[in-house]
Design a protein around this ligand. Structure first.
Ligand SMILES: C[S@@+](CC[C@H](N)C(=O)[O-])C[C@H]1O[C@@H](n2cnc3c(N)ncnc32)[C@H](O)[C@@H]1O
Length: 233
């Protein structure tokens, strides 16, 4: 069900442990106030993450492990959120979540949504009464699925903390060729991701190579995954 993900328990597992700890602390701080709390998982997955690690032995064997996913960690914090929204585009993932959480003491706090995270999160942000609510949004896409408009809508509530596992390598760095060339589809998806096309001047520089008339021959890529993430910041 969940798509296989290359990663190690040490890195992916640690990342989700940190998010789980943050959610626990968030609820310890806000769970006893009169504010309603909400956790929104835009790319909720199926509740578990199958990891595949390459064992560095003679045979390069694949080692498979399954760890609890974000929705599972959020639902099982000591002081649960008042409301949970688990969104995933894939019906099978949402059904797997529903099955997984049947019988969970916090199951009645969950709204399951099959659909696009951008559309649903923007609606939740627009129509929620944020005077009396606070919450956390987690965005963990595979690629460049998050629109800049969604980030703006979250910020506008002034009530939601955002964890965004930003795909700086896959969706930005790897979409730009060494020679600075970008496929037109990837060009528009980077612009949608970053909310501006000014990335072109930040990520590409005129090439040092000159033509007969001393004009630069195209561009060269100067962005790295790290600088792409910093640019987003
Ligand atoms: C990296 S996985 C999320 C893993 C999840 N955080 C977990 O801990 O198991 C990305 C998920 O996003 C879903 N997805 C892809 N595009 C989407 C979209 N536009 N809106 C909502 N979900 C989407 C996929 O079906 C997949 O389950």
């Amino acid at each position: 069900m969940a798509q296989k993900r290359f990663g190690s328990v040490a890195t992916t597992g640690k990342k989700f442990d940190v998010i789980g700890e943050y959610l626990s602390m968030y609820q310890r701080a806000l769970g006893n106030t009169s504010l309603q709390t909400v956790y929104i998982d835009g790319f909720a997955g199926s509740g578990e993450i199958p990891l595949v690690e390459l064992n560095n032995n003679l045979f390069d064997e694949e080692v498979k492990t399954v760890i609890a996913g974000s929705a599972d960690r959020a639902l099982n914090v000591d002081k649960p959120f008042d409301h949970y929204v688990f969104i995933d585009k894939r019906k099978k993932c949402v059904e797997a979540l529903q099955k997984r959480f049947q019988g969970n003491p916090n199951a009645n706090r969950v709204n399951y949504v099959i659909g696009d995270a951008n559309e649903h999160i923007q609606n939740i942000c627009r129509y929620g009464n944020w005077c009396f609510k606070r919450g956390v949004v987690l965005l963990d896409p595979f690629g460049s699925q998050v629109d800049w408009e969604t980030i703006k809508a979250i910020a506008k509530t002034k009530a939601l903390d955002l964890w965004y596992l930003f795909p700086a390598g896959l969706s930005v760095f790897r979409q730009i060729g060494k020679d600075g060339r970008v496929d037109p589809t990837h060009e528009s998806s980077i612009t949608r991701l970053l909310g501006t096309d000014e990335w072109k001047t930040a990520f590409l520089k005129p090439s040092k190579q000159r033509d007969l008339f001393d004009a630069p021959v195209g561009n060269e890529k100067v962005v790295t995954p790290e600088s792409a993430a910093l640019y987003y910041d």
